[in-house]
Design a protein around this ligand. Structure first.
Ligand code: FAD
Length: 115
């Protein structure tokens, strides 16, 4: 991205991309530098993916202790290494993250922020 800019934002996490978009909305020429993924920790690792994992962990605990509700459950097997058996909740989170990243990408390009 050659040229000069009024503002260069380092990092395209929720802090960075919002600042970059706002600066562009105010008429400034903006570049945003990201070394990893658009959306930062929140979108790609923190907020959404961890919630899916926490839900799966909670569900596993519930099943393990379901005898208090009168159920009898045997050993619980976790297929964490088998990608064909990735839990539905995790697929939903992956889909959701993918959509949000595309949305952020579109939003940034639409505001003419250079990445
Ligand atoms: C496990 C976990 C769960 C979370 N859950 C929630 C939640 O449920 N709700 C909530 O509100 N918050 C949650 N958070 C907090 C949330 O993720 C952060 O508040 C948010 O990501 C901060 O945004 P940010 O833009 O400041 O930083 P980040 O999201 O960390 O983004 C910084 C970006 O800068 C990039 N970068 C860094 N250095 C450079 C460099 N030198 N050059 C180029 N790019 C660079 C990084 O690659 C990254 O993409 C959670 C965090 C974690 C870790």
């Amino acid at each position: 991205m050659p040229g000069t800019y009024d503002v260069v934002v380092i990092g395209a996490g929720p802090g960075g991309y919002v600042a970059a978009i706002r600066a562009a909305q105010l008429g400034l020429k903006v570049a945003c530098v990201e070394k990893a993924e658009l959306g930062g920790i929140c979108l790609n690792w923190g907020c959404i993916p961890t919630k899916a994992l926490l839900y799966s962990a909670h569900l596993r605990q519930e099943i393990a202790h379901s005898e208090v509700h009168g159920f009898q459950v045997g050993d619980i097997t976790v297929n964490a290494g088998d990608t064909r058996r990735v839990p539905l909740e995790l697929w939903k989170a992956i889909l959701c993250v993918g959509l949000l990243v595309v949305l952020v990408e579109w939003w940034i390009y639409n505001r003419r922020v250079h990445i």
